[in-house]
Design a protein around this ligand. Sequence first.
Ligand code: DON
Length: 365
Amino acid sequence: MHSAIPYGGRVSPEAGASPLHRFLIGCHAEIQKDNSGAVASYIPELKKSDPNHFGISLATIDGHIYEVGDCNVLFTIQSISKAFVFALALELLGAETVEAVIGVEPSGDSFNSIRLRPDNRPHNPMVNSGAITCSGLIHRTKGKNAFDYIRAALGRFAGRDLDVDESVFASERDTGDRNRAIAYLLRNYGVVKGEVDAVLDIYFRQCAVLVTARDLAIMAATLANNGVNPVTGEEVMKPYTVARTLSIMTSSGMYDYAGEWVYRIGMPAKSGVGGGIVAALPAQLGLGTFSPLLDSHGNSVRGLKICEALSTHFGLHMLNRTGDVRSSIIADYDIGGITSRRSRKPRDQQILEEHHDGVRVIERP
Ligand code: DON
């Protein structure tokens, strides 16, 4: 499962060479010690997740990747798919059709709540009811090709073809009565149409798509980059779609923790019970984290911690835009090991060699 995954992008080459990378390494070591939370167990197959896994990947919008830990380990995307499938539904069917059946208000409820709005629509596309409705919309248009259509789109966000974990899919299909109840309720109100099992099959499969922390970082960076994948250069979604998706991620991506998240971290984000979190800072960067130990909201404990640490340290809160974060993140290094054609007096050269770590270079693109 490790590192056989073909990627483009430029992975930060010298381990620990930049302050950003050193910061990630330091945080990873510290946060790894936190063993609080629990792996998801309501989908039986997820109980097998390794609680020690912890990966952090950060992709800038010009395709640089900084990462530490388990960034090539595959895990199921789960609810993170909801954000991207919502984007796909918007692009495929148009805002009017999608908004006719799914609201855009935070629910304040947990992700699997069966409670709908007073008009019997789901509160938003990030809770299960809204996401099942989205899968149903795509099913209505694409029929039996709906899942392949979704998988291909997720792959364009990640920049590579993505597989499905068939055991996790089967495990959720065989035990997912709560989602089945939600889907029947939605069909009762005409929000979901057609075969409930066919729609749920798509939803469970999209949740079982396998990704890595690096995939998530690139997917998030694609959102941050106005819909253009910064590694492949492909326009995956239109800017209009991306702005709407990021809006919903901001208000509802972290479920009943969404208010706290936007207050403390301030980036559009989405989590999944597989242990992943994506966070996108528009025009700057995408973050993908993976650690399967979850808190009571279903959010990764270590993922939350690293996102908060990064946001605080580098001033990434989207409402705290005082500087160009990108310039201080993309090329941020000391001058050790850097060669120059300039000839210097031996004494000057010696000073540079002795004090290279006291000099910080921040390159602007
Ligand atoms: O429908 C479910 O319950 C799962 N397939 C996805 C839930 C999920 O990831 C919620 N995330 N925090």
